[in-house]
Design a protein around this ligand. Structure first.
Ligand code: SF4
Ligand code: SF4
Length: 401
């Protein structure tokens, strides 16, 4: 969008304030500049050269999570996400080389698909050895926080490109595995492959796929985001496949909104639900209380929010509870948990307090960042709640008679 188009979009805001109760940052600090209405006013003034670029302005804009909860509440239909992306893009273009390089290095680190191949075995060894207990006390607080986000990594093998089903093959799908999830969600990928294979799907995971680019776009580096999507389109777009399936809803929303793929982009939970489950495929009962956390990306991606609860209903005896404080983002929001760590931490604590009241044994969520954030928050609060992707829970209970 050009500056004129961005100003026109911002002018659609009638300053009614109906979005304010839906904004997590405004709810937290009760400051107009940390609300959607306030940020839109700041963007208008900045775009029209009525406000200089300075650290305070940037802080107000950067403290936005891009959860887009405000969009759903806006009667004027202001496209807040497009607006903020556009403003951050113009800001990125106004930066000097050093500032761009710093931001690019962080994004490269977070979105690198190769790095987990080296890092994951090392982290697994670290978790298994007594070194982790010895070192924990010496780690700086930010590294302690990163460490507490990690799930228990298993010695699971690297994911291969092809997993043909041994059942009567009915469908072929491509699985999107993205970037950071290669490090922390390989167990989720394995669960997805197991379930899809059991339900008669051949699974293809092209290694040439890359990060979806959402983090880059939200940071303002729209050319890097576009480059990544072009690469994904070149390697994943194929109408001979039934669907391009995603497991992380944040990536899914980016692929669905920006992708332009030949085959439909589908949430894997929703897709699994629509398959025929053979009679000999039973799920073992589980007597546990599971809280279902809905990531913000499930809302703005407009994915079917009933899919996960319906899928979990297939496990006999499982008690599921919807986590009903949707407008309150957990504070993960891509790289936000690192770049805005104080605000992220406060939102995390609020979310954990709300989880605590529901007394779950297990919490399920469909987004990688939310899983990392909630796991670390629950550990910090001393709560023994396992955080899983719903597919992991289903695959665990799988038994074929
Ligand atoms: S995107 Fe989320 S954090 Fe940002 S203004 Fe909207 S509701 Fe608030
Ligand atoms: S609800 Fe929409 S129109 Fe009203 S203040 Fe918020 S962004 Fe502006």
């Amino acid at each position: 969008m050009t500056i004129i188009q961005l100003i026109e979009e911002a002018d659609r805001c009638v300053k009614c304030a109906l979005c304010l109760p839906h904004c997590p940052t405004y709810q937290l600090v009760k400051n107009e500049a940390a609300s959607p209405r306030g940020r839109i006013a700041l963007m208008q003034a900045w775009l029209q050269d009525e406000l200089p670029s300075n650290a305070q302005l940037y802080q107000h804009l950067d403290s936005c999570l891009m959860c887009r909860s405000c969009e759903g509440a806006c009667p004027s239909g202001v496209k807040y996400g497009v607006l903020m992306d556009g403003v951050r893009r113009h800001r990125w273009q106004s930066w000097g080389r050093l500032a761009r390089l710093r931001s690019r290095l962080l994004l490269m680190l977070l979105s690198n698909r190769r790095l987990p191949i080296v890092v994951r075995p090392l982290l697994h060894l670290y978790q298994m050895s007594s070194v982790s207990t010895l070192f924990r006390g010496w780690l700086p607080s930010w590294l302690k926080r990163v460490e507490s986000m990690l799930p228990q990594l298993t010695a699971i093998k690297a994911i291969q490109p092809n997993y043909p089903t041994t059942q009567t093959q009915k469908r072929r799908v491509i699985l999107f595995t993205g970037c950071i999830s290669q490090l922390v969600e390989r167990e989720v990928h394995q669960a997805a492959i197991t379930l899809l294979n059991h339900l008669g799907c051949d699974v293809v995971i092209p290694d040439s796929q890359c990060c979806c680019g959402a983090m880059h776009r939200h940071a303002g580096d729209s050319s890097a985001a576009a480059r990544l999507m072009v690469q994904n389109r070149a390697h994943l777009s194929d109408e001979s496949f039934d669907a391009l399936l995603f497991m992380a809803s944040g990536c899914g929303a980016e692929l669905a909104e920006q992708g332009g793929f030949s085959q439909p982009v589908r949430d894997i939970s929703d897709y699994l639900l629509q398959l025929d489950w053979p009679d000999d495929l039973e799920l073992q009962p589980l007597n546990a209380r599971v809280v279902i956390h809905e990531p913000c990306s499930m809302f703005y991606g407009r994915f079917d929010r009933q899919a996960v609860p319906l899928l979990l209903q297939k496990i006999p005896q499982l008690q599921t509870v919807m986590f009903n404080n949707a407008p309150l983002c957990c504070g993960a929001a891509g790289s936000y948990m690192l770049t805005q760590s104080e605000m992220s931490h406060q939102l995390q604590r609020l979310k954990v307090e709300a989880v605590k009241k529901l007394q779950p044994d297990i919490l399920v969520t469909t987004n990688t960042g939310c899983a990392l954030q909630l796991r670390s928050g629950l550990r910090e609060a001393g709560l023994n709640v396992e955080v899983l992707h719903p597919l992991q829970l289903i695959a665990r209970q799988l038994s074929v008679t």
